[in-house]
Design a protein around this ligand. Structure first.
Ligand code: ZN
Length: 282
C-alpha cells in the first residue's frame, strides 16, 4: 500500500496518479490528517485492504506534501554507509551516531528549498523509516512490525554552520527552513522484495551524485530500531533518516554544493521521486 498527503488530506494511492480520499471513503472513521493515522496504523492498514479502488480520483503529483509532516521525534543517523564515512575522513562507527533534524525543517517532495547563498549547502539522500507502533526494547528480529513503511528524505546540510563552534552543530545546520524534503509517498514494507535492499540515489540538474542500496547500511533499519528503542521510546509517526551513501558534495574533490536554480531529484526504488528546486533564502 502507498499512502500520501494530498494538499493536507490523507489518501491511498491505488495506481499512478490515482488516489482514494481516506476520510470520505471511510465515512469519517479516519481523519484527513495524515499524522493521525500512525497511532492507529494496524487498524488503518486492515481497513485499507478492503478499500474500493473504483472510488479513486486523479491527482497531480506536485500537489503531494510530506507523508509525515509533523513527526513527534526525528532521528537521523550519521556515517551509516562505510564509503560515506570514509569520504568524510571517519572510521566506520562501532555504534550508531544519532542526531535530530528539528520538525520545522520538514517539507514536501516538490517544495522549493531555500538556501543561504553564502553557505555550503549539500545533499544527503536517505531512506526514511516511519514508525507505526510504539516501540520500547524491540529486538531487531521483530523491528519491522513497528515500521509503518518507508519514504524518501533529503537531509540537506549547511556545512559551514555544521562545522562551526567547539562541537559540531549537526542538528541546527541540517534544520534550516526546507532542509527536510520527504516523500513522495509512504510505501508499506510488503511492497518490497527485500526491505533491507532499497536502491536510492539523487541527481542535481541530471548529473548523478549518489547511487547505492540500503543493503550497504552499516546499521540496518531493524538494528537502528533495536538500538534506539533500547534507550528511549519510539512513537507512531516518528521518523528515522537512516543515513546517506557516499557521493555528497563535501566528500568530492573538488567539493561541490547546491546552487540556486538547480533541481535536486531524489529517488528510491519502489518509493518514487522527489523533485526539489533550489532557490535563494530571503
Ligand atoms: Zn544524513
Amino acid at each position: 500500500m502507498k499512502i500520501a498527503n494530498l494538499k493536507g488530506r490523507l489518501v491511498v494511492v491505488v495506481a499512478e496518479g490515482q488516489a482514494v480520499d481516506v476520510e470520505r471513503a471511510s465515512s469519517g472513521k479516519f481523519s484527513p490528517d495524515v499524522m493521525s493515522v500512525y497511532p492507529q496504523w494496524n487498524e488503518f492498514a486492515a481497513w485499507a485492504k478492503t478499500l474500493d479502488a473504483s472510488q479513486a480520483a486523479p491527482f497531480v503529483e506536485t500537489d503531494l506534501d510530506s507523508p509525515v509532516p509533523a513527526p513527534r521525534q526525528i532521528f537521523a543517523i550519521g556515517m551509516n554507509y562505510a564509503k560515506h564515512a570514509a569520504e568524510g575522513g571517519f572510521p566506520v562507527p562501532e555504534e550508531p551516531t544519532i542526531f535530530t533534524k528539528f520538525q520545522s525543517c520538514i517539507t514536501g517532495p516538490f517544495a522549493e528549498v531555500p538556501i543561504p547563498v553564502d553557505g555550503k549547502n549539500d545533499w544527503e539522500t536517505e531512506l526514511v523509516a516511519v514508525i507505526g507502533k510504539e516501540a520500547r526494547n524491540v529486538k531487531a528480529a521483530n523491528a519491522f512490525d513497528y515500521i509503518a513503511g518507508y519514504t524518501m528524505g533529503q537531509d540537506i546540510s549547511e556545512r559551514v554552520t555544521q562545522g562551526k563552534g567547539p562541537a559540531p552543530q549537526f542538528s541546527f545546520a541540517k534544520s534550516f527552513e526546507g532542509y527536510g524534503p520527504t516523500g513522495p509517498v509512504l510505501v508499506t514494507l510488503d511492497e518490497f522484495a527485500d526491505p533491507n535492499d532499497i536502491e536510492l540515489g539523487c541527481t542535481v540538474n541530471g548529473d548523478v551524485r549518489q547511487s547505492d542500496s540500503s543493503s550497504d547500511l552499516v546499521f540496518s533499519v531493524p538494528q537502528l530500531v533495536e538500538y534506539l528503542s533500547a534507550r528511549l521510546t519510539l512513537y507512531p509517526g516518528d521518523i528515522i533518516f537512516t543515513g546517506t551513501p557516499s557521493g555528497v558534495g563535501l566528500g568530492r574533490k573538488p567539493q561541490v554544493y547546491l546552487n540556486v536554480g538547480e533541481e535536486l531529484v531524489t529517488w528510491g526504488k519502489g518509493i518514487g521521486e522527489m523533485r526539489n528546486k533550489i532557490v535563494a533564502a530571503k
